[in-house]
Design a binder for this molecule. Structure first.
Ligand SMILES: [Zn+2]
Length: 85
């Protein structure tokens, strides 16, 4: 599983960065990232009442951004364990 990307404390760019292997995954994950930001009290503004932060959606957004940038020699179908959908 890829590690979350480090943007140096900044929000990831809305448009996929140069070299992004899966631009659609980037755009979906970036939208999810934007929708699940912490409020002043540290809890997700979109998932109240919450029990943790990052919330599950934010964790998926971070993972999606990392997967979008990951290149594999075998192609994107490897990420879904061979299932075709
Ligand atoms: Zn959330």
């Amino acid at each position: 599983m890829p590690e979350p990307l480090d943007f140096g404390g900044q929000a990831p760019p809305i448009d996929p960065p140069t070299g992004c292997a899966r631009p659609l995954v980037w755009r979906l994950a970036r939208r999810l990232y934007a929708d699940h930001q912490p409020g002043p009290d540290g809890w997700c503004l979109n998932c109240r009442p919450a029990i943790l932060y990052p919330c599950v959606a934010r964790q998926l957004a971070d993972l999606g951004l990392a997967v979008a940038m990951k290149r594999t020699a075998a192609g994107p179908h490897v990420a879904n364990k061979g299932h075709h959908w």
